[in-house]
Design a protein around this ligand. Structure first.
Ligand code: HEM
Length: 404
């Protein structure tokens, strides 16, 4: 993949702590067709057991059934009957936070399954709502009240609170289920690299006496690691298996709602703002309009933090700030730019290396998205009808002149 700025990458004169190298190699290895559930995470008891152990089998049966419409309605009825037997609402409200996250994932996996399978079976919207059912809908409402978020399966539910390493929730059986788990795990590995890159940039921006050289060195290292994970997707993920699980993560077929997409990674937004926030504002203001417009789809904790950087006087709020309407200057203190002004050419080169790594990520991602999704004609899940996929996939690419 052409990076366009490899000549600017600075060789680091010191070492940066490495993360275990094996984890990236573990995904998409195609060595097994069963999931090793090393530690069960079942916060909702029988209901969690059902999602983890039974749901993929139920889906396979519906797909093979001669009357998928009747089969999906029967699934909806049995899920709602199971919920009616226990006071899951009280359980949900009393769970400690990490277990609550898994429970919310369980509930949203069920709701999403009911809608996607109803569409597969060709159900009318009224029947699809009956299939989701009152009891499940109420649980979903309670979970979104406890943790404000979009009322459909979110990126956070699928990637960040799904217990992927120990007891993953997936829709497919066999090798497609393993690939589905690895698709999610790959996103999680990238999220962890982005978190480290973000922490390093925040230290540089906020900590008095921070070592800018060390912070940027960590940042470039972590972004390069994220590129390595993405390369693994590009080289190793099976297009056929991807096609099998992708259908479950589409837009909601009955509501005007987008599906869970990497587009809604708040950490990649955070790193982009810290590193190139002002350049993005001048070159790609749409990037900012989109994050405010689609804010509900992002993990709330992190996106609200980014909004606070961008509107320091306003509390938090997801309302579009006045600088985005041209009524004030861009808040450059949200970024590392003011700190950069106090440093010389070595630090400038290091920052350019970080920008290059982020740019490589975006370009490689664009190639991957085209290869697996757009070119084979699979539906995009996180793009609205009024948007162009191309524009979404290029929304954080700067022109080369501004990177220098
Ligand atoms: C094979 C793997 C992947 C495919 C096929 C893919 C596909 C897509 C597609 C089609 C879009 C357009 C919006 C949508 O419909 O969802 C998109 C957007 C996006 N995806 Fe991915 N994606 C993949 C992996 C990842 C990973 C691992 C990340 C990391 C968190 C990620 C982050 C993003 C971001 C940030 C956007 C918004 C556009 C941008 O800034 O480039 N994607 N992706």
């Amino acid at each position: 993949m052409k990076s366009g700025c490899s000549s600017m990458v600075t060789k680091l004169p010191f070492s940066v702590p490495e993360q275990p190298p094996c984890r990236t190699q573990e995904i998409f290895s195609h060595l097994t067709d069963s999931i090793d559930r090393r530690e069960r995470k079942r916060p909702l008891g029988l209901l969690s057991n059902f999602v983890s152990d039974q749901l993929p089998h139920c889906i396979a049966e519906i797909k093979a059934s001669e009357r998928p419409d009747e089969a999906v309605k029967a699934l909806g009825r049995s899920i709602n009957a199971m919920i009616a037997e226990t006071d899951y609402k009280a359980q949900l409200l009393n769970l400690p936070q990490p277990e609550f996250g898994v429970a919310k994932t369980d509930i949203q996996y069920l709701v999403n399954c009911a809608y996607q399978m109803s569409a597969f079976a060709g159900l009318h919207p009224v029947d699809a709502e009956l299939t989701v059912g009152g009891a499940l809908r109420q649980l979903a409402r309670v979970s979104c009240q406890r943790q404000p978020s979009i009322d459909v399966l979110s990126y956070e539910d699928m990637i960040l609170t799904n217990p992927l390493q120990s007891d993953p929730r997936v829709y497919c059986l066999g090798s497609a289920g393993v690939e589905e788990r690895d698709f999610c795990l790959g996103h999680l590995l990238i999220e962890s690299e982005l978190q480290s890159a973000m922490d390093a940039l925040l230290e540089m921006r906020d900590a008095v006496g921070a070592d800018a050289r060390q912070c940027l060195a960590v940042c470039v290292e972590r972004l390069e690691a994220a590129v390595c994970v993405l390369a693994r997707f590009n080289e190793r993920m099976s297009p056929d298996l991807f096609g099998q699980f992708r259908v479950f993560y589409g837009k909601n077929p009955y509501k005007d709602r987008l599906g869970p997409s990497g587009r809604f990674s708040a950490r990649i937004v955070a790193v982009s703002v810290l590193l190139i926030g002002e350049e993005l504002f001048h070159q790609k203001p749409q990037f900012y309009m989109d994050i405010y417009r689609l804010s509900e789809y992002y993990p709330q904790g992190c996106i609200q933090e980014v909004f606070r950087w961008l509107s320091p006087d306003k509390g938090s709020a997801g309302l579009q700030p006045s600088w985005l309407e041209g009524k004030a200057d861009f808040p450059k203190f949200a970024t590392i730019s003011p700190v950069m002004e106090r440093h010389g050419s070595e630090i400038r080169k290091l920052r350019a290396s970080c920008v290059c790594a982020l740019d490589r990520f975006t370009r490689m991602h664009r190639g991957t998205a085209l290869k697996y999704t757009v070119e084979p004609g699979r539906p995009v899940v996180g793009v609205e009808a009024s948007e162009s996929v191309e524009a979404v996939l290029s929304q954080r690419l700067l022109t080369a002149a501004h990177q220098r």
